[in-house]
Design a protein around this ligand. Structure first.
Ligand code: SF4
Length: 491
């Protein structure tokens, strides 16, 4: 069954990756509840599975399953996890490895120094080679994720290193690509960000001294933690009873490349990533769009939710009134059966419905954050026409999406990217608008003034890493299938 929220979004947008969360408490406490609220705030980053591991002085209790945080953790499940002094949590959308239940995180590994729990956001570009090597040396994998590869390498390194944080540092020299990690050893909470800083990771503190690590600052707000700072690209932060230790040996080795899509679409507007507010970055993108692609119109309308901030910016810079042109059905849940393709094209109004009294007879500037395949976009535009809009001028608060992403999103080939196969004029005709304008890469680079460099590879920019030999996000499933077929042929 295709589920509605994901079904519509998946074809409309590039899809989010994962969210990670962790807490170290100086005293034993009900950290499972804290993780629940933290993960709840990060739900937008992954809706396929959720998991929490509570560490009570080296004894780990864990639970992961498919579903939203509220579905996976009813109060009695949360209670059974008990109290502890460290917690690690994860929400997942499958970027590598599609099997939802088996691949749910955090991963828990028993090794000769005790247990380790690991939650990962991002995608390695060399996981294929690393996993092959590990398998040839006898490692047996239980999941089809690259996160398990990371966990095994850290555990291997732990054999030759004096501490878990040294093992993490040694492992980093073998890992290439995107990884923001939260790890629990028996006595430590460790936060790690890859040297490019593709995915965000930040640290906060509660009034009673708990240290909180989260993918986005909105999760710190959700658990009453004040923001301390972002984890730097390449940095390892270790929190233990001896205090907070920062290892910066991995910092500055690579040019920083926080994903531009975090600002455009993935992150929540109330988050601040590497010093830049997501909401303000989106508004700035709208302002630049108005400068780049002005048009005579009666009102500016954003497609909820991620087009709203950019629409505000466009309206402010152009002087054209901002208006709420759509009502979004907030009650479409995971169990809603999504329309098939034909129904979807005809009936996007199930989720988004134009407000006729606002748009009828008007020249509308319609703002969205991206066009992936263009099919949902076409449906939304058709519904706006049906509602009586006189002209529709679409403006997109990102450059044309023309190349795959290998760093933790679900676009691993150009097959589904309309901009990779059509000119802007052709796309305008396909989706049925009177004019179409995208934000330029030059202006995109300026929407996050505090952040420094951002990754723009999928807009035709340069890939900062080697490109994986096989970027297929379901690579390891296919490998398993291939082996099975191989075996059947041998019989
Ligand atoms: S390639 Fe695109 S989606 Fe992927 S990390 Fe870079 S900017 Fe983000």
């Amino acid at each position: 069954m295709i589920i509605a929220d994901q079904g519509v979004r998946r074809e409309h947008h590039i899809h989010e990756e994962c969210g990670v969360f962790g807490v170290f408490s100086p005293h034993t406490d009900n950290l499972a509840s804290m993780a629940y609220y933290g993960l709840y705030a990060l739900q937008h980053r992954g809706q396929e599975s959720a998991g929490i591991v509570v560490n009570d002085d080296g004894v780990f209790a864990s639970y992961c399953d498919e579903g939203l945080v509220s579905e996976v953790f009813p109060s009695d499940t949360l209670r059974k996890l008990g109290s502890g002094n460290i917690v690690v949590g994860h929400v997942r959308y499958a970027t590598t490895g599609s099997d939802r239940k088996r691949n749910a995180q955090p991963i828990v590994i028993n090794h000769y120094k005790g247990q380790m729990a690991l939650a990962h956001n991002g995608n390695l570009v060399n996981s294929y080679e690393l996993r092959n090597k590990l398998e040839q040396c006898g490692s047996i994998f239980h999941t089809t994720t690259d996160s398990e590869v990371i966990a095994y390498i850290i555990v291997q390194e732990r054999l030759h290193t004096p501490s878990i944080e040294e093992a993490v540092y040694s492992a980093m020299s073998k890992l290439d690509g995107a990884y923001s990690l939260v790890i629990s050893s028996p006595s430590k909470l460790i936060a790690v960000r890859d040297p490019y800083g593709f995915r965000p990771l930040c640290m906060g503190q509660t009034k009673d001294g708990k240290i909180v690590i989260a993918s986005e600052s909105c999760a710190l707000d959700a658990v009453g933690a004040g923001f301390i700072r972002d984890i730097d690209p390449g940095e390892i932060v270790t929190v233990s009873r001896s205090g907070i230790k920062s290892d910066v040996r991995g910092c500055g080795q690579k040019e920083k490349k926080l994903c531009a899509f975090e600002y455009i679409y993935f992150a929540r507007p109330d988050s601040v990533l590497d010093g830049s507010s997501v909401s303000l970055a989106r508004q700035k993108a709208g302002e630049f769009l108005a400068m780049e692609h002005p048009v005579e119109a009666d009102l500016v309308v954003g497609i909820p939710d991620s087009g709203l901030d950019a629409a505000l910016g466009y309206a402010r810079a152009s002087g054209i009134p901002y208006s709420i042109g759509f009502t979004k059905n907030k009650y479409i849940g995971r169990t809603f059966i999504s329309p098939d393709q034909e129904q979807r094209e005809a009936g996007v109004s199930i989720k988004l419905n134009p407000i006729v009294s606002i748009v009828k007879g008007k020249r509308v500037v319609l703002i969205d954050d991206s066009i992936v395949r263009g099919t949902t976009c076409r449906g939304i535009i058709q519904s706006l026409r049906n509602a009586g809009a006189k002209e529709i001028h679409m403006r997109v608060s990102a450059p044309p999406f023309v190349a795959p992403c290998y760093y933790g999103t679900d676009i691993d080939s150009t097959d589904d990217l309309i901009a990779a196969h059509h000119s802007i004029k052709e796309i305008a005709d396909i989706i049925g608008v009177d004019s179409l304008g995208y934000l330029s890469v030059e202006h995109l680079m300026q929407i996050t003034s505090e952040t420094g460099n951002i990754c723009t590879a999928c807009f035709g920019g340069k890939y900062p890493t080697v490109i994986p030999v096989n970027g297929d996000k379901n690579l390891f499933e296919k490998k398993l299938k291939f082996r099975k077929e191989d075996k059947e042929n041998e019989r």
